[in-house]
Write a protein that binds this ligand. Sequence first.
Ligand code: EPZ
Length: 448
Amino acid sequence: MEYYEIDGGIPLRGEYEVRGAKNAALPILAATLCKGGIHEIYGCPEIGDVHTMIEILRSLGAAVEWSGDCICVDSRFLTGTAVPPQLMSQLRSSVFLLGSLLARTEEAVICRPGGCRIGSRPIDIHIAGLQRLGFDVREEGELVAAAGRCRGGRIRLAYPSVGATENLMMAALSGSGYTVLENCAAEPEIEDLQGFLRSCGYRVYGAGTSCIHIEGGRGLHDAMYFIMGDRIETATYMMALAGTGGDGILTGTQSVYVSAVTEVLERMGAQIKNHEDRIQVTCRGRLKSPGTVITQPYPGFPTDCQPQLMSLVTCAEGTATIREEIFENRFTHKKDLMKMGANIETCGKNAIIKGVGSLRGCPVRALDLRGGAALVLAGLMAEGTSLVRGIEHIERGYEDFAGGIRKLGGNIEKKITETKKTDESADETADSDSGNRGGRSFSGITPV
Ligand code: EPZ
């Protein structure tokens, strides 16, 4: 079993170059199937979820090579339109294959990704949107089969779901209709997906706003595309610098995409300086509580930064309230933060955190991606040594997290132990963005 050993209390200093955005790379890799061709994607992070997505593309007949900074996808010859269940259940982002396969082959069979710790994460908005665009969608047990082509039209999403927005953008490329999606999510990763689709020659407009226009029709070009910097990784490192009283510079990122996080950190007393694609974070003295922070769709405070912020405010002066409005169960990190000495009370969507003088290092376990990052931040802030287990969850979404922290002077090592897992139950639950790792037996429609 692998774990991180962290000696806390060291202010992080230095410079770190942010990797490519996980939540842009995953839909864009799925989108390489929309138009058969040889597509080059640069800047993908070397993380578990990207490797799983590559396996899914290969299972459908695409040839995928990862050399250096480039993932080359040859999607000219697909051999199937059903995502293998055992891969589907490993990655929630596999749901994007619905849209990209419909755009290319006008049919797709996926398995409903398993539920996960941060919430039930249904795909009803995806399915309702496909049906309203004219696709025939059948649900049998865990499987969802869709077929047909987009007839175009104007539809409104019941909620600005990031994944549903991206899925419907891709599905609307099929046929020759003109589609307008309203009440879309406006996350920057959606603009990145639009950028990739445009580089294939598709006509898609409006991503980054609540209204996106898509012209159905065949893509024209093989694409060469560079993924944006990861704004959630940026924010995670910003909070690590602030939480350890450090002074560091993050490069390869866009400050505009983390403005909600910047505003909260400045409220807490950190100094943030932005220069083009570099962000400097300096923090001297004890942080102050930011008051109340509510997670919201972009450009609001991102839910993917809520766990990390909770770690930060555990030692801030005063009482903070964090309200999680996006996912119904995203306080899984509370238990271990309290084990480290934090004072946290939760009630429904709200967490009330009373600042304590310091945290004490101890063994903890990551249960999902961002909750795991929060425990690493807490270990860096704590007095003494922390052992963070369950790091496979963290390495699904952060490339070489320990190496990045070490680059900033943090004392963190990845270690391996032969001891049997002491807390099996904690590993049975699925991760924040993956399906049920225990896998499920799928009944109903047999994948082709
Ligand atoms: C994307 O997930 C991100 N993942 C998540 O990041 C992120 O937390 C989330 O958007 C919100 O910003 C990727 O982009 C790969 P949603 P997604 O659909 O698309 C409900 C991380 O840590 N909903 O916007 O699954 C849903 O249950 C991950 O990097 C429905 O009810 O998020 C949730 O409560 C975690 N029905 C809310 O909407 C649906 O059909 C937001 O979900 C779809 C969603």
